[in-house]
Ligand binder design. Structure first.
Ligand code: PAF
Length: 282
């Protein structure tokens, strides 16, 4: 069963009737990546809250806020189809009519430092302040026990984990594996901006990440070789970045890291494609 709340007041009334809940925050335009988060949340909880809100605070002035696809009816159909697979479960969708339904009664900006200025943060100044502020606010409204995020937006996951620790929120942050097309392209709402040819060419991103993982072969001693390979790849100026980082701090210093994440952003025309893979090293 699904119930849709369009206002903060409706959400508040509905939430009062429920105990522990799981939470999946999204900006809508759902694909199987989002549905995998919902599926996990429905396995863990009888009641799952799911938000669909294109948050203006996380878009820069030249970014695609107005163009961002809003597909509420289709999103609700996908959610409904997933809930039907889980017996006796319920989803409450919070799809605020306006940003005011999220932000009224709340004027803080939640900032996390040290991890938000690098990578995406250096290319999209202020982006993570918008993300941490909306996620904090949604947590405040939904009061979940666990919240689910896709690891495609890897830095976002790391930033939210840090935010939860900084703000001492008693919420478990779950990072769910990237969903890919059968060929291997990481699913993203922004893939619809790509032509078939671009989608095919974009497979080079995951192939590059896998090649780096292969060079590392689980050994810290091979990181220098991997770095040389990355350097040659970066001659193609369409990479915004291609970099090996500690999996949690996102630091470039890997001396004491046992798990690293290789993060990539490649520009295909005007679309930025994010991907990453994780590698254990000894
Ligand atoms: O990943 C997203 O869709 C958004 O950044 C989030 C976490 C829902 C916050 O608006």
């Amino acid at each position: 069963m699904i119930q849709v709340c369009r206002t903060q007041e409706e959400l508040h009334k509905t939430r009062q009737a429920h105990g522990h809940v799981g939470f999946v925050p999204t900006m809508g335009n759902l694909h199987q990546g989002h549905i995998s988060l919902l599926s996990q949340a429905l396995s863990d909880f009888d009641i799952v809250y799911f938000s669909i809100f294109v948050n203006p605070k996380q878009f820069g002035p030249t970014e695609d806020f107005d163009k961002y696809p809003r597909t509420l009816q289709n999103d609700l159909d996908l959610i409904e189809a997933e809930v039907k697979k889980h017996t006796h479960k319920q989803v409450v969708v919070f799809a605020p009519q306006t940003p005011d339904e999220v932000y009224h009664g709340f004027s803080k900006t939640i900032k996390v430092t040290g991890i938000t200025e690098i990578l995406e943060g250096s290319i999209r100044p202020g982006h993570f302040d918008g993300v941490t502020t909306v996620v904090y606010r949604l947590f405040d409204l939904v009061k979940p026990t666990k919240a689910y995020f896709g690891l495609k937006d890897y830095q976002q996951w790391a930033v939210i984990k840090k935010m939860v620790q900084q703000e001492k929120l008693d919420i478990e942050i779950v990072g769910m594996p990237i969903k890919r097309s059968t060929e291997g392209l990481a699913l993203s709402s922004r893939n619809q901006y790509l032509s078939d040819k671009q989608k095919q060419d974009a497979l080079m991103i995951i192939n590059t990440l896998n090649e780096i993982k292969k060079i590392i072969a689980g050994k810290k001693a091979n990181l220098a070789l991997a770095q040389d390979y990355i350097r040659t790849k970066l001659e193609d100026k369409n990479w915004d970045y291609l970099t090996m980082r500690d999996y949690l701090s996102l630091s470039e210093d890997l001396k004491s890291s046992q798990q690293i994440t290789i993060l990539a952003v490649y520009r295909m025309g005007t679309t930025r494609l994010l991907d990453n893979i994780q590698v254990e090293i000894q």
